[in-house]
Design a protein around this ligand. Structure first.
Ligand SMILES: [Zn+2]
Length: 121
C-alpha cells in the first residue's frame, strides 16, 4: 500500500474532526483500517499497545499518528494533515523539528537583542 492514498487520508482527517474529542487511539485505529505502512518510509507498521507496568521502549514499527506539517513552522492557512507513521519516522521528525525550533528560537532571541542594542546605542 504505497504511496498512501491522499484522498483517503483526507477523508479520515474529516472523520476525525467530526468526532469531536475522540481519543487519539480511535484515529490510529481508523488509519490502521485503511493502511498498514508508514506514510514516510512505507515500512509495515503494527498496532502496538504498551504493556501495563514498567514503561518499555516503543518498537520502531509501532504505528503512530504524525503531522504532515510541523506544528512550529505552520504557514498561515496551511492545512495540517494527520497521517499514519512508524514510531521511528515520528521520533526522527520530532527530533529534527526540535532542532529547527531551538535554532529559530535562538535566532529570534539574538535578533531581539540586536534590535535592543541598536535602539539604545
Ligand atoms: Zn516510517
Amino acid at each position: 500500500m504505497w504511496p498512501h492514498d491522499e484522498g483517503k487520508i483526507g477523508l479520515i482527517n474529516e472523520w476525525w474532526k467530526s468526532q469531536g474529542r475522540a481519543p487519539y487511539r480511535a484515529l490510529k485505529l481508523k488509519f490502521l483500517e485503511h493502511f498498514d505502512t508508514c506514510y514516510w518510509c512505507s515500512d509495515p507498521v503494527i498496532d502496538y499497545v504498551p504493556p501495563l507496568g514498567e514503561p518499555q521502549k516503543v518498537p520502531d514499527n509501532a504505528a503512530t499518528v504524525d503531522h504532515t506539517v510541523s506544528r512550529f513552522f505552520r504557514e498561515k492557512g496551511t492545512r495540517v494533515k494527520k497521517v499514519l507513521a512508524c514510531n521511528k519516522c515520528n521520533q526522527r521528525r520530532a527530533r529534527e523539528e526540535n532542532k529547527l525550533y531551538t535554532t529559530a528560537h535562538n535566532e529570534r532571541k539574538a535578533n531581539l537583542r540586536r534590535s535592543v542594542e541598536t535602539d539604545t546605542g
